[in-house]
Design a protein around this ligand. Sequence first.
Ligand code: CAA
Ligand code: NAI
Length: 254
Amino acid sequence: MERDGVNKLNGKVALVTGGANGIGLETVRLFLENGASVVMADFNAEAGNAACEKLCAAGYQDAVTFIQVDVSSAESVASMVVSVIEQFGQIDILINNAGITQDSMLSKMSIEQWQRVVDVNLNGVFYCTKFVAPHMVQKGQGKIINTSSIVGVHGNIGQTNYAATKAGVIGMTKTWAKELGFKGINVNAVAPGYVETGMVASVPEKVLALMVEKVPLRRLGKPSDIAQAYLYLASDDANYVNGTVLEVNGGLVI
Ligand code: CAA
Ligand code: NAI
């Protein structure tokens, strides 16, 4: 299909985890518009297949594919990476975007709530990067973008588990920027503020209103605000950006 847009990702293969909804889905759309072939990887097969069908109907049938994965399972991630390499031969861009919340005050947080969020948000980023990075190293180039959060930098009431994982993602980002940088791979993180997706739907109205009031731009982020940050870091425009945490939060914490 003739692609509109600026084609910043022509010829690139991008793997977007959590690609079936919210920020991930908007990223899949934007990357397709910019000329990439995109694998949308997600645990939610119903949403993933439906989104993929829509994108195919919009003319991207040769460029988009859905694959089911549970990023919290090393076996599932390993077999996803084998399939993607079989189908596309390469992975140029990895967006470690899949994530969950299970909020609770420290006093009420169960061990299961702690463990599940760590399994998905922290272990998931480790597994995906561990299995994808060797293919990038072999090619001598690649872009890895990890999704942190404002909460990973500043903490948040009710999010001990989530904050720990999103701070951990920053630690991994900086470590991999050092380990993989001299092999031609840039590793960066994006730390979004509160963004209008299913994830914020569970936040009590009162708390959300408090957050919006504190944002100088007086609005929540849109999925496209974050997708544009991913696009920048995935493109050649960011070839000298490595190990950074790009905060996209409307100025919430200044
Ligand atoms: N900031 C400020 N105050 C908060 C707060 C927050 N994030 N979360 C809760 N509070 C306040 C409540 O308003 C309440 O105040 P009052 O006693 O004055 O009414 C007090 O703390 C206790 O809260 P609850 O009565 O709601 O206590 P609970 O035990 O029933 O629920 C909770 C606790 C599950 C943490 C619930 O308050 C909650 O969901 N809070 C929001 C947590 C949040 O912000 N999550 C972000 C999800 S989106 C995301 O994670 C993406 C991202 O990266 C930003
Ligand atoms: P979302 O809930 O709309 O989408 C998350 C996607 O991840 C879903 O499609 C879900 O099925 C998938 N997913 C969950 N567990 C998975 C697993 N085990 N394996 C594979 N896929 C899985 O959430 P949203 O808002 O789009 O979040 C995307 C990323 O952005 C997450 O990492 C989140 O922590 C982060 N973030 C979100 C913010 C927000 O306010 N929405 C703010 C800061 C960071």
